[in-house]
Design a protein around this ligand. Structure first.
Ligand code: WT7
Length: 651
């Protein structure tokens, strides 16, 4: 073990390998490592020619003159080209067999369902695009969308894209203040919302939060309200309009604008772990190409598939893999409004069975919840329609990966662990399910055209199996273009740490076969006795113990070691906390990865504090472990009561 304090020491050992199932590979778009290597080589040797060849797949009103203009850190892709994302997701399918195929199958939490064919979705999008225009929205204006997971949210996104209005989706779980700040930072002219939505059996009201936010949003002229729950809402005369009333008289004839390739498609705010939220800007042609290609490569999506990505459209995963990627390929997208455990923990499996879902894409945090709720909920249902499983959002512990593959996938379905970020727009590192042998816990290999590397603090590539910083060495079409209103922060935040490269903020290790093992945010690294350990690897060791459902590891300042290792642990249903178990877990970690990683302290807890997108808030745990209380910002915390419980655990 190296004792470098410069780089990150990697201590996770994982030897299991799963080749793609033969039947899957036979039918896959990319069906061998040789095909993958060929694409990767083509992209490496002549990137612009490669992306130009790929972009031929899309519909262009006018072809580009220049593939890439690159003045670090600013990229322009397909310069001179004219294109419309909504046209690519809708109109181009209407001339084909897809015209009357389901585009969206939706299920509300109370249990009702709706299906929109491509022709119907197209008509609704055109109608709503005309509504937006009638209220004064034009190409270049910003429109805020603060909505539950209902088809109208997808319709609103596509309608904005159709007329060139830039959408700014604000997750429906955010507060009035968060909404206000995001509206003001991006200067939105309109906001689209709903009376409310359903989650865990109750109504989450949205319109009251909008009313509060709109008291201090000078740029907003109108608010459009979908009637979803039917609860009472206040409508302000002259400002607020009902969606269904506006739609009634709106024409379904609305040709898609022929937009420049670099036209701003959307702004999406991402908070990271600290600081003011950043408005990540994505544009039209390059983003569309990235999401379109990766949906085909990584999900190997086919016309007959029912595809389900469980993310809310309020996150980038929902933008790229509920709306734009799959619809651009003409897929059938399943969409669900509510919670995974309502009315009971079998809800997801019931819906997979009922709708015959073939591709299922979710987050490690959800998988760990399923694991904790117990496999009997899964086993009760016929999941034989599934053919591919995916994960995104955090490093997945090998044990959670194995459980997913075995219990949900019945050992038949390839599992694709996909690494990417709000900033990258589309998946960057992931297996191709018909080609790449997978290893539990590894996102495997970069997609063709993605020049990923792991470097030392000094910016040099590190040797195999050494930990370091994950960078991307070349611009790619779906990359963010800037931070809205703060280009300096864009330059400093992403392009200054390692000269000539994009720094993603994550630590990683590459094994001898070139596989990437993402170790999480570098801010989460613990420096203990001269070793820099990734919290994720210690957590994985804990989760590999049969009693542990979930674990979060943080550092507490320690005079002797630099940092002491503190682990917060949630147990699986049938196990109880005890001092014996505490000792056993410490021994277990020492046995799995070495004494240097043995937790100094283990705290049992029913729940861990998470952001609404499911990421563990280690910053809060660090504060609790250090000072016993939390002074920092907790506005993104999903469930405040968790903090009280964690504090109580201290006694
Ligand atoms: C951060 C980006 C990308 C969509 C959802 C999150 C972590 C994401 C993985 C993965 C390990 C992952 C990284 C990344 N992350 N996917 N497969 N393995 N870590 O988007 O909120 O912008 O977060 O999520 O730390 O930097 P985001």
């Amino acid at each position: 073990m190296s004792s470098s304090t410069q780089n990150i020491d990697s201590v996770l050992h994982e030897e299991r390998v799963f080749p793609p199932p033969i039947d899957f590979a036979k039918r896959a778009r990319i069906s061998s490592m040789e095909d993958y290597e060929n694409l990767r080589r083509e992209a490496h040797d002549a990137p612009e020619a490669f992306w130009a060849r790929m972009a031929e797949e899309l519909h262009w009103f006018k072809k580009w003159d220049t593939v890439l203009k690159w003045e670090e850190p600013h990229a322009e892709w397909f310069v001179g080209g004219r294109v419309n994302v909504s046209y690519n997701c809708l109109d181009r399918h209407l001339e084909t067999h897809r015209r009357n195929k389901a585009a969206i199958i939706w299920e509300g939490e109370p249990g009702e369902t709706r299906t929109l064919t491509y022709a119907q979705l197209h008509a609704e999008v055109c109608r709503f695009a005309n509504v937006l225009k009638s209220l004064g929205a034009q190409a270049g204006d910003r429109v805020a969308l603060y909505m539950p997971m209902i088809p109208e949210l997808a319709i609103a996104c596509l309608a904005c894209a159709r007329i060139g209005a830039t959408h700014n989706v604000v997750f429906g779980g955010f507060s009035a203040e968060a909404l206000r700040d995001r509206i003001n930072d991006s200067g939105c002219k309109l906001v689209v919302t709903a009376d409310g939505g359903f989650r865990r059996g109750s109504e989450i009201r949205l319109k009251p939060a909008v009313d509060e936010a709109l008291q201090s949003t000078p740029t907003i002229e109108h608010c459009i309200v979908v009637k979803r729950t039917g609860s009472d809402v206040a409508m302000q005369q002259g400002r607020d309009e009902w969606w269904h009333e506006l739609m009634q008289n709106s024409s379904s004839d609305c040709p898609a604008e022929e937009l420049p390739s670099e036209h701003p498609l959307f702004i999406l705010y991402t908070s990271g772990t600290t600081g003011k939220p950043k408005g990540i800007l994505h544009t039209t042609g390059g983003y569309l190409l990235g999401t379109h290609l990766t949906t085909q490569w990584v999900f190997d999506i086919r016309d007959t598939d029912v595809y389900w990505c469980t993310a809310d459209i309020g996150w980038v995963t929902g933008h790229s893999y509920v709306v734009y990627g799959p619809l651009s390929t003409g897929a059938t997208v399943f969409m669900y409004e509510g919670a995974p455990n309502h009315p009971d923990p079998s809800r997801f499996w019931k819906m997979i069975e009922r709708h015959g879902v073939n591709i299922f894409y979710t987050a490690p945090t959800a998988i760990r919840s399923f694991l904790k709720w117990g496999e009997e909920w899964v086993r009760k249902h016929d999941l034989s329609s599934l053919r591919l499983l995916g994960t995104v959002g955090e490093p997945i512990n090998p044990e959670a990966w194995m459980w997913y593959r075995k219990v949900v996938g019945n050992e038949r379905c390839p599992v694709v662990d996909t690494w990417w970020q709000t900033e990258t727009g589309a998946i960057m590192i992931a297996p191709l399910p018909g080609a790449t042998p997978t290893k539990p816990g590894s996102a495997t290999l970069p997609l063709p055209g993605v020049e990923a590397d792991v470097v030392s603090k000094a910016g040099e590539s590190v040797e195999a199996n050494a930990g370091g910083y994950l960078v991307i060495r070349r611009p790619w079409p779906s990359m963010l273009r800037t931070i809205w209103g703060d280009d300096e922060r864009y330059r400093k935040g992403y392009w200054s740490e390692f000269p000539g490269a994009y720094f993603a903020g994550d630590g990683a290790r590459r094994d001898r076969e070139g596989y990437f093992w993402i170790m999480g945010r570098v801010d989460d690294v613990i420096n203990t006795s001269g070793h820099r350990l990734s919290t994720m690897e210690i957590e994985s060791a804990l989760v590999s113990h049969e009693a542990v459902a979930e674990a979060a590891v943080v550092g507490r300042p320690d005079d002797l070691k630099g940092s002491a290792i503190v682990a917060f642990v949630t147990l699986e249903g049938q196990h109880a906390a005890s001092d014996e178990l505490r000792e056993e877990l410490r021994r277990h970690v020492a046995h799995e990865i070495g004494a240097l990683a043995r937790p100094d302290e283990i705290r049992f807890s029913d729940m861990l504090p998470k952001t609404r997108s499911g990421k563990i808030m280690r910053r809060l745990l660090r504060e609790i472990a250090t000072s016993g209380s939390v002074a920092g910002d907790v506005t993104t915390l999903e469930d405040i009561s968790v903090l009280e419980k964690l504090r109580a655990e201290e006694e």
